[in-house]
Write a protein that binds this ligand. Sequence first.
Ligand SMILES: [Mg+2]
Length: 314
Amino acid sequence: MRSTGLRLSIGDDCALLQVKPGEEIAVTTDLSIAGRHFRLDWHPPEAVGHRTLARGLSDLAAMGAHPVAAFLSLGLPRELTKQRGRRLSWIDRFFEGFLALAERHKTPLAGGDLAESPVAVADILLVGAVPRGKALLRSGAQEGDLLYVTGALGGSAAGLDCLRKVSARNSKHVDRRSTNDEDPLTPHLWPEPRIQQGLWLQRRGRATAAIDLSDGLSTDLGHICMESGVGAEIDEASLPVFGNASRKQALHGGEDYELLFAARPVTRIPKRIDGISVTQIGRVIKARSGQARVVLLTKAGPQPLSRGGWEHFA
Ligand SMILES: [Mg+2]
């Protein structure tokens, strides 16, 4: 697989990357550790591979960058690299999930490392490119902007709850690839990074600020507010809650990997971008000293929305 930015891939001492004149490079890394970000007894290996890459791609999406190359380092206990009879090894299945997502987003795996480790660890590094000065930042939101999210929220946390219940009932692994949209586990096991939606916003200059929802709406909106020096109001009734998820999971559950962005009130934002729904959920307000930065407008009145983000398995 070749992308425009990758000149030389695996096979030499370094990969050589090239961006077009006028572009700048976006780089992000994420560490996934067994027992903290995934569980070997809950998550099918394909899903661990998919999620490892999805985390990095989602950060590129949030900046409006297009992927150039991925680098992956794995530390794995020996038994995960061994084939058992005719069955694929854990690492082979991990790569099936990883490479399927990489293929869909034209992201070549351009290097990495593998070492034996007592705990399974996956460290992903993603390189992307974006026209100079056009990256979507967390710091551009202004008073009066409207806030939007892509897709639905809370599905990943609800899926994780499902996994917890399934594993409490029996120790059987979940089906290795049930990727239909109706499946309550899909948002958790197979989150789809919103690369196309981030590129759409960046190319048209429609967003004043953006972030991907990795830690949960309450936490990630807090990051935008902090970086932009503003406050925010969320209309509880307008939240696009995923099918079986609770309102709490939509507000605080992490790992949805949807985009949260702000746009000027005069900017036209369509109901869908590249097939994914976009919902207006609130607005940017002035930060008031001594008051919560983020306020949830409920039927019972306004409530401060404090950060209640992702704790993984902590
Ligand atoms: Mg992020």
